[in-house]
Design a protein around this ligand. Structure first.
Ligand SMILES: NC(=O)c1ccc[n+]([C@@H]2O[C@H](COP(=O)([O-])OP(=O)(O)OC[C@H]3O[C@@H](n4cnc5c(N)ncnc54)[C@H](O)[C@@H]3O)[C@@H](O)[C@H]2O)c1
Ligand SMILES: O=c1ccn([C@@H]2O[C@H](COP(=O)(O)OP(=O)(O)O[C@H]3OC[C@@H](O)[C@H](O)[C@H]3O)[C@@H](O)[C@H]2O)c(=O)[nH]1
Length: 351
């Protein structure tokens, strides 16, 4: 029902512009006797870090049915265990580089490894996931008339020459570097989203996510916050990659999920930056983790990897004005929440 209403809204917007192009028709199954009025939502990559928190939030609404499609490359069933067997929840082992036939109203398309260690592990597969995976999900959105949200990334800005970054910046990306499979993959995914929108009338939403952290990150994920917290809990040295003055802006996962849902439910296609503008050097991050979690550990400098962006901080004016969104949880509030979860999983209680 909601899809059908949205389609009429869309067509009337087109008509007011004098444009003959129509949005896609919802599936004929919408008229079948088995049709349910609930919002049916597909979350690709829903077994991963952000995806599983998004699923938790979507499942809180009793009108939502949630389908997760994931190939478990970096995600796990463990992240979704409280929903397995729930009548409004389905989990499918599926690789988004293959087509998927489901009837849904909304698609949150997250499937893609996000940690540099994992996305560089099989770069060709990372590009396929971003390009063929996004094409497949857009094809699905077109067939069933669903709205689709892509989780793009601050990495589309590359090693930015403009600081802080707003959405009008086109970026500074090395097209042939070891990070390009991810950065350029996401840039093509954004292009595909806009081409399907312009050519086929698909309803799209693009979030440019900045570094996000929180409970359920893989302990050996390789990203900086999870590395430092696991190292501090294990009593190991915190490995700052040189020079340590490079910056990132860290967003707590519940703020991120709130931003993604607002974007999906709102009227703006984006791209919209979703991130926390609080900016820290990696040395400052290490000092915060040391102070809050284990003052006995050392901070050591180790070699960096190629093309590491030197600075990153979002301008979130668009998110504030268009979505009424801004992050609530500071880094110093978020780190202890993540520590609790890591201590439980590592089996190391706080002394
Ligand atoms: N966490 C961040 O800081 C961050 C920043 C920018 C963008 N993002 C984007 O947000 C999304 C989620 O990131 P995350 O941090 O939760 O990462 P994650 O690695 O924890 O989750 C990604 C999920 O996608 C699944 N997946 C990977 N390839 C797949 C494929 N071919 N088919 C089906 N499933 C596949 C993985 O198994 C995993 O469950 C990604 O699209 C990522 O690019 C994340
Ligand atoms: O142990 C470590 C790991 C990483 N780092 C540094 O910490 C910074 C952040 O590195 P991460 O691996 O956490 O993540 P990056 O910011 O490089 O990439 C991330 O960007 C946004 C998303 O799309 C992805 O989640 C990921 O690609 C880098 O400067 C890196 O050199 C350390 O100093 N020590």
């Amino acid at each position: 029902m909601i899809s059908i209403l949205r389609r009429f809204e869309y067509m009337s917007i087109d008509a007011s512009n004098g444009d003959q192009k129509r949005g896609p028709s919802p599936s004929p199954l919408r008229n079948s006797k088995f049709y349910q009025a609930n919002m049916r939502i597909l979350v690709t990559g829903g077994a991963g870090f952000i995806g599983s928190h998004l699923v938790d939030k979507l499942m809180e609404n009793e009108k939502n049915e949630v389908i997760v499609a994931d190939n478990y490359f970096t995600g796990s069933k463990e992240n979704l265990k409280k929903w397995i067997g729930h009548p409004r929840f389905e989990l499918i082992r599926h690789d988004v580089t293959e087509t998927l036939l489901v009837e849904v109203d909304q698609i949150y398309h997250l499937a893609c490894p996000a940690s540099p260690i994992f996305y560089k592990h099989n770069p060709v597969k990372t590009i396929k996931t971003n390009v063929i995976g996004t094409l497949n999900m857009l094809g699905l959105a077109k067939r069933v008339g669903a709205r689709i949200l892509l989780t793009s990334t601050s990495e589309v800005y590359g090693d930015p020459l403009v600081h802080p970054q707003d959405e009008s910046y086109w970026g500074n990306v090395n097209p042939i570097g070891v990070r390009s499979c991810y950065d350029e993959g996401k840039r093509v995914a954004e292009t595909l989203m806009f081409d399907y929108h312009r050519q086929h009338g698909i309803e799209i939403r693009i979030a440019r996510i900045f570094n996000t952290y929180g409970p359920r990150m893989n302990i050996d994920d390789g990203r900086v916050v999870s590395n430092f917290i696991a190292q501090a809990i294990r009593g190991e040295s915190l490995t700052v990659q040189a020079p340590g003055t490079q910056t990132r802006s860290f967003c707590y996962v519940s703020d991120m999920v709130d931003g993604l849902i607002r974007l999906m439910e709102g009227e703006n296609t984006g791209p919209i930056n979703i991130g926390n503008p609080g900016e820290f050097t990696m040395l400052e991050l290490a000092e915060n983790v040391k102070e809050l979690i284990n003052p006995d550990v050392d901070i050591i400098m180790v070699e960096n990897t190629p093309d590491d962006p030197r600075q990153r901080k979002p301008v979130i004016t668009k998110a504030k004005e268009l979505l009424g969104w801004e992050p609530k949880i500071t880094l110093r509030d978020g780190l202890p929440r993540m520590e609790e979860d890591f201590r439980q999983r590592l089996g190391v209680p706080k002394k």
